[in-house]
Design a protein around this ligand. Structure first.
Ligand SMILES: Cc1cc2nc3c(=O)[nH]c(=O)nc-3n(C[C@H](O)[C@H](O)[C@H](O)COP(=O)(O)OP(=O)(O)OC[C@H]3O[C@@H](n4cnc5c(N)ncnc54)[C@H](O)[C@@H]3O)c2cc1C
Length: 440
């Protein structure tokens, strides 16, 4: 059991999504005093339902696996791609690549999953407040020393802590305050989605598969994610201007895209839409640094990557785990400097770069089917990236062969850090638009 000997908390965490719950649980499991502040009351709506297999290892370390295994979440064994002509690739079965229990993952309703994670944090000793917004981070020179919270009754209170973890999601409280956000130079998409009851579901081990279907114009894609209670989440992602600056409302744009995609149209033809249309700007971004003296960023508060391969929750869990280890090590060494708290940054960013490259290649015309036909021996390695096995250079063997299939006029993919700094961008954050009747 850790003996801190300090009056203040050891760690204060801003936000109770998957990243905040992960980092706080892992630190509290070692006996440190952790408080978490979540501005919403759970359960609350959140997009991002499809998990990928590498989440298994963090869920295992958190002791969340038994709860997931007992849950009613749909089991996911594969992902399948469909091109603009309606041609289906063979499914990428995770088990064929890695015959281990970790190859089965889940399609989760996030309001339920996030609540399970937050309650699990509580069971592990985290004091988690809901309906309490963090207004600001307190600094002593350049060292974070706590936060200012606004209670439900409107009163303000200082909460002191040795380390402040920002897990505030796309809000990016510290990222905004310290002007750390760099918008990705190429991944500037938007998304519109809704939920269908009774849409087509495959049978057997394909029932829970995520489908990624290219849109008719080839500039975007649909996600098709089967959830429990006979609901399917179906969303379209495409360049922001194309989706939102076409003079149509969200529902019309969505319906037009469905109409032009025969595979999606057929699958929802007898289904009933059970919500209105959700929409969000979906620009990717990353922070210039993952930590400073006394503070660390995790999850969407450190970066957001286009949702093509459903990597968001994995990156939230992994950054939460990396950050927790750096903080725990920092407590032992009595070193809570930027260098100590951020030492996981380079490995993490390299992993995100691998996923980002596969995302950009897809938008540039990369075909999984063609790649696997040309390089059958690399099917396993490309699947490794799809399952989220990102933090190893072993998977880098795919890039050379991929480049050998490039069209001669293909332009190189710009690095993420060549994007625009938030203070110079001509657009704001990734605002979420909810249909009537939904609260954030
Ligand atoms: C269109 C779209 C589709 C996606 N699809 C997928 C998918 O299929 N699979 C996947 O894995 N990921 C997906 N994602 C990404 C995924 O939603 C996120 O990466 C994930 O939710 C990040 O978790 P987080 O804990 O960092 O942030 P969040 O889950 O957003 O949690 C942050 C929390 O902080 C709270 N908060 C914010 N500000 C404050 C404050 N000042 N004080 C207190 N609390 C605060 C918020 O209320 C929120 O609960 C998708 C994203 C988008 C936009």
């Amino acid at each position: 059991m850790a003996q801190t000997g300090h009056d203040s908390l050891d760690v204060v965490v801003i936000g109770g999504g998957p990243a905040g719950s992960t980092v706080s649980t892992l630190i509290a499991q070692q006996g440190y005093r952790v408080e978490l502040f979540e501005r919403d009351k759970f359960p609350r709506f959140h997009v991002g339902e499809s998990l990928i297999p590498e989440t298994y290892w963090v869920l295992k370390r958190l002791n969340m696996l038994p709860k997931m295994q007992k849950s009613h979440f749909v089991k996911k064994y594969s992902v399948q791609f469909v091109n603009a002509n309606g041609k289906l690739s063979a499914p990428f079965y995770f088990w064929d690549n890695k015959p281990h229990e970790c190859s089965q993952t889940w399609q989760v309703v996030r309001s339920e999953f996030d609540q399970m994670m937050l309650n699990h944090a509580r069971e592990n000793g985290v004091v988690a407040h809901e309906g309490v917004r963090v207004m600001d981070v307190l600094f002593d020179n350049d060292r974070a020393v706590g936060v200012v919270v606004k209670n439900g009754d409107g009163s303000l209170r200082d909460v002191k802590a040795r380390v402040v973890v920002d897990a505030s999601g796309q809000n990016g409280l510290l990222m905004n305050r310290l002007n750390l956000r760099i918008w990705d130079p190429v991944l500037n998409k938007g998304a519109i989605w809704t939920y269908w009851e009774g849409a087509y579901r495959d049978a057997g081990r394909d029932e829970g598969a995520t489908m990624v279907l290219q849109t008719a114009t080839k500039n975007g894609w649909f996600w098709y994610i089967p959830l429990h209670n006979n609901i399917v989440s179906v969303g379209v992602v495409a360049p922001f201007d194309y989706l939102f600056k076409n003079g149509k409302d969200y529902a019309q744009t969505y319906n037009d895209e469905v109409e032009r995609c025969p595979v999606v149209k057929e699958r929802v033809s007898t289904a009933k839409r059970v919500t209105g249309h959700f929409a969000t700007k979906d620009y990717s971004y990353r922070a210039k640094q993952v930590a400073g003296n006394g503070w660390v960023l995790v999850g969407d508060a450190v970066g957001f990557l286009d949702p093509l391969y459903s990597s968001g929750v994995l990156l939230a869990l992994k950054s939460g785990e990396f950050a927790a280890d750096a903080i725990l090590d920092g407590f032992i060494k009595n070193d809570l400097s930027a260098a100590q708290l951020g030492k996981w940054g380079p490995v993490f960013n390299e992993g995100v770069d691998r996923m980002r490259r596969l995302v950009c290649e897809y938008y540039d015309g990369f075909s999984f089917g063609k790649f696997v036909r040309n390089f059958p021996n690399l099917r396993g390695t490309v699947t490794d990236i799809l399952i989220g096995d990102l933090f190893t250079n072993r998977v880098d063997t795919i890039w050379g062969p991929m480049e050998s299939l490039y069209m001669p006029d293909k332009t190189p993919i710009p690095r993420w850090d060549t994007g625009t700094s938030a203070d110079q961008a001509d657009h704001g954050g990734n605002e979420l638009v909810l249909p009537d009747g939904h609260r954030p």
